[in-house]
Design a protein around this ligand. Structure first.
Ligand code: HEM
Length: 465
């Protein structure tokens, strides 16, 4: 009886089909691309309001599923991360640059590398790097002093690139890289990062297609490799300082397999740490001053905290705990302007999110930029307010509403490094300089693989007495 009742052959009822996922409107062939490119970040906010927390972004010849709710971060980055790999055009481009480095490797190989590298990023290990960081930051600020002395507009984005570049070079290689090599490495990496964005649109083209910039990209990698292999050889020979990250990676032995890293693997990991760690931190610092320029009350509070704790001397690791407002200012800036504003993934096994079916092969974008301003989790989301990160205000927040460093097992390995560097650089900058933005309006963010301010951030810099 039951069987007959359920038999599809005699059923007159059709099964209710799930509603199709909302899709952005657009032009034939181009889809929403023209709208997206015109004003990308306003587009994303409007698209969420119009289509909801999950929608298909119509890019004409292709489309991607866009995720906007903190719960999605939990699903894709943690709970079911094994069904969302780092696949798709952008990651393929990154692989061209980083080989099998930690950001892009997967499976057992990734696990082995993470196991070997993790201890170098523990807080106690980082403590040993604090002094190096402070010294590198201080030297970089000496070069800012010239701009401060002649009162010329100073591009803070470039200034912070210089600071974070110095920090990563010093902590990775000690004093093993000369100024000329440092500039070459910086130039190669900056070009490569820009070029990566092209990958999203041209990645699917065959290798022989003459994509603009492709040759320069290959040259940039060759320049970078030459310098890195030289310095690896120098370290293997035991020349120079021994207390930098490269030496630590070189000496590391995997507990489970007894293996060490090959030159090729070291090169990939060094390139990875470099690429992942230098521009992101610089962007976070630049936006911090852009917001402080709009909020003199926050700047005054920050200066007061720094002056009271440091009393004019250089910061130590212990001081960072005593400067909570410095940390809160950084956290709030990274909420509104997360340097890694989107994380692309590819579905490996048929999945379902919010009742929508995502077949294997679907391209998904985990949109940090939107998790950080979701109206259910952030009151008045566009308002800059560091107090949101005071302990009493953060306790009840969704765990994945603030994820500038990603989440789950692929959480940024350099998180504590970046927060420590950011806090030190911020405190030391307000200690030494007074800053006045050249333009009244906030800079606009540019659509790139990272969230940079358009045109940098010009300021007038004067020394603080
Ligand atoms: C404000 C600064 C930084 C931001 C916003 C940031 C953000 C991120 C994010 C979002 C991820 C996850 C990517 C994904 O899941 O697809 C990540 C991974 C990673 N980051 Fe960072 N990062 C920063 C600084 C650094 C620094 C300073 C280093 C190293 C010195 C670093 C090294 C890495 C590495 C190696 C990974 C890959 C980890 C893995 O997959 O196991 N990052 N970062």
């Amino acid at each position: 009886m039951l069987d007959t009742f359920h038999s599809p052959a005699i059923s007159t009822q059709t099964q209710p089909q799930p509603a199709p996922m909302p899709q952005t409107q657009g032009w034939p062939l181009l889809g929403s691309l023209p709208h997206l490119l015109k004003n990308p970040f306003a587009f994303m906010v409007q698209a969420r309001e119009r289509y909801g927390d999950i929608y298909k972004l119509n890019l004409g010849v292709t489309n991607v599923v866009v995720l906007n709710h903190p719960q999605h971060a939990q699903t894709v980055l943690r709970d079911r991360a094994h069904h969302f790999r780092k696949g798709g055009p952008m990651w393929d481009m990154v692989r061209n640059l980083l080989g099998n480095g930690l950001v892009v490797s997967e499976g057992d190989f990734w696990l082995r590398q993470r196991r070997m590298m993790q201890p170098q990023f523990h807080r106690q290990r980082l403590a040993a790097l604090t002094e190096m960081m402070v010294q590198a930051i201080d030297e970089a600020y000496d070069s800012w002093q010239d701009a401060a002395a002649n009162n010329q507009p100073f591009n803070m984005a470039q200034g912070f690139n210089h600071v974070t570049m110095r920090v990563i070079v010093r902590t990775l290689f000690g004093t093993g890289l000369n100024q000329d090599e440092m500039n070459k490495v910086a130039e190669a990496m900056t070009f490569a990062l820009d070029y990566l964005m092209t990958g999203i649109f041209v990645g699917a083209l065959p290798a022989w297609v003459p994509v603009p910039g492709k040759k320069r990209f290959q040259e940039a990698i060759a320049d970078f490799d030459k310098i890195i292999y030289r310095i690896i050889a120098q370290c293997r020979a035991g020349d120079g300082e021994q207390n930098h990250l490269l030496q630590m990676l070189l000496d590391t032995v995997d507990d489970e397999t007894g293996e060490q890293m090959s030159d090729q693997q070291l090169r990939d990991e060094v390139a990875t740490l470099f690429l992942a760690g230098y521009e992101t931190t610089s962007i976070a610092l630049t936006w911090t001053f852009a917001y402080l320029g709009q909020h003199p009350d926050c700047m005054a509070k920050l200066q007061a905290e720094v002056d009271e704790v440091l009393q004019g001397r250089q910061p130590t690791l212990a001081d960072l705990m005593k400067m909570p407002y410095t940390r809160m200012v950084l956290q709030e800036t990274m909420r509104l302007r997360p340097p890694s504003w989107w994380l692309p993934r590819e579905v490996t096994t048929d999945e379902e999110i919010d009742g929508y079916h995502l077949p294997a092969g679907t391209q998904v974008v985990s949109l940090t930029y939107m998790y950080h301003r979701h109206p259910d989790h952030w009151a008045d989301p566009e308002q800059f307010d560091p107090e949101r990160f005071a302990e009493e205000n953060s306790a009840k927040r969704h765990k994945y509403a603030w994820v500038p460093f990603g989440a789950g097992q692929r959480l940024c390995i350099g998180r504590d490094f970046a927060l420590m560097e950011g806090q030190l650089a911020l405190a030391m900058a307000v200690q030494r300089f007074q800053m006045q933005p050249v333009n009244k309006a906030m800079p606009k963010p540019v659509l790139s693989s990272t969230l940079r301010p358009k045109g940098g951030f010009p300021i007038h810099l004067t020394p603080r007495t």
